[in-house]
Structure formats: C-alpha cells, structure tokens
Design a protein around this ligand. Structure first.
Ligand code: PEP
Length: 251
C-alpha cells in the first residue's frame, strides 16, 4: 500500500515572512494528516518555512536543484546546500522550467540523479502539452519523458522517486484532467516503471497527478487506483483548500 503524498508548489509566490506564516498555518491544519505533506517554497523562503514546520508532520521541498556538486554556476543551488538547510524533496522538470528555462529530458535526468546521490527525494514532473494530446501522441510523449528521466537510475533508487503526471494544459488553467484520464496516464507511467525495474519496484513508486487539483475535485482524483497523491499549485497557497486536499488524501 503506497502512502498518499500531497505536495504544494508555491512557485514564485510569497515573501519569506509570508511563506513562514503560510507554512505555520498549513502545519496546524495538517496535524491529523495520514498522508505525506510537503510544501515547496521559493529558495529564499526555505529557512523560515523549515523553522515554521519544525516538529510537525510537514516536510519541505525545493523547486529545483543543479546537477553539479558545486562550482561556478551563478544563481544555482546544489543538493548539499538544500539538504544542509533541512530540505527533503525537490521538484524536478516542472513544465514551467521546461517551457521558460530550457529544461530538457536530459537535464531532468541529470538533476534527478544528482538529487538522489545528494540525499534528496526527487518529484519528477512529466506530462504532455495540449498540442501533443490533440495530435494523439500523448502516450508516446509521457512514456519517453518517463524513460529518459530514469536513465542510469537503479531499481533501489527508483523506489524513492516520486513522479508527477502533470498535463501541461491543466496547469494553472482551471482545466483538470478527468479522474479517468489522469488515472489512465498514471497507469501507463507505472507500466513504464515495470518495464524498467520490474513490477515490485513499480508498485513502490508513487505517481502523483498535478493540474488544477483543488478542494472540490481532489477526492475523486485521489480515489483512482494509480493516483498516489497530488502536486498542487494554486490551491496550495490557500491553507483551507490545501487542508481539504490533505483530508481527501487521508481517508
Ligand atoms: C503545478 O504547478 O504543478 C500545478 C499543478 O499547478 P496548478 O495546481 O495551479 O494547476
């Protein structure tokens, strides 16, 4: 039985003091959570958020990690910097990073490997664009992204990877994939993991859905057999709504 996993991606929102207050409010509302709860603030907000959630069941994730251990990479953050700050998870390959910051399947794989070797648990984002869905190539796209993300990653390491299926057309648009559409693609991703690592490992890997998940649609999405949780953008900035999603994942 895979434990459900709810992560909030705060993107480029909230100042450090606002983020610390939001994290505190979420941690108070998540006291009875029976799922894993993670918040992913902007890097500058991480220390304050870590203090806010200290001693609670909320963990902290970063929104990116560089694939080199250290060096002349101005503006980047290493895995060691993040783990030393108390970060446990890191989002990798979010579609906004693929779209605006030149992230590719290759850099997603490099970052995933660096995260794992550096002691972070990666939340790897994959998903088709609207054009790819309309052209009928979404299965091919998602299979390719899933395979390339996991290149040179062992079965032991893979079991700790979290994959987020995020159809690009559903992110921040208010358009949610139907529960059946989301479950189908999450199932395909699990079958790709089975081809790469065998069924035992594939059954351990948590596969999330992301794309306009909110307090009203979370329960239906989270009830699907292949959906092990959610990566949530907009609704994770509203403590009441995020708490409802956590509740839906705690049944
Ligand atoms: C996301 O950014 O990963 C996301 C799913 O955003 P939203 O929930 O706002 O669609």
């Amino acid at each position: 039985m895979r434990k459900k996993f709810i992560a909030g991606n705060w993107k480029m929102n909230k100042t450090p003091s606002e983020a610390a207050a939001l994290a505190l409010e979420i941690s108070e509302k998540a006291l009875d959570a029976k799922c894993d709860v993670v918040v992913c603030p902007a890097a500058v907000c991480i220390p304050g958020v870590i203090s806010s959630v200290d001693g609670t069941n909320v963990e902290v994730g970063a929104q990116n990690v560089h694939f080199k251990e250290n060096g002349a990479y101005t503006g980047e953050l290493s895995a060691a910097m993040l783990t030393d700050a108390g970060v446990k998870y890191v989002i990798i390959g979010h579609s906004e990073r693929r779209q605006y910051f030149g992230e590719t399947d290759e850099t997603v794989n490099l970052r995933t490997r660096t995260a794992l070797s550096g002691g972070l648990l990666p939340i790897v984002c994959i998903g088709e664009s609207l054009g790819e869905r309309e052209d009928g190539i979404m299965y091919e796209v998602v299979r390719r992204q899933a395979k390339l993300a996991m290149m040179n990653i062992s079965a032991d390491e893979a079991a700790g990877v979290i994959i987020a299926y995020e159809p690009v057309w559903a992110i921040g648009t208010g358009k949610t994939a139907t529960a059946e559409q989301a479950d189908e693609v999450c199932g395909i991703i699990r079958s790709v993991m089975g081809e790469l690592y065998g069924d035992d490992t594939a059954e351990k890997i948590r596969i999330l859905y992301g794309g306009s998940m909110n307090a009203s649609n979370a329960a239906e999405l989270l009830a699907q057999p292949n959906i092990d949780g959610g990566l949530i953008g907009g609704a994770s900035l509203k403590p009441g709504d995020f708490a409802e999603i956590i509740k839906a994942a705690s049944v």
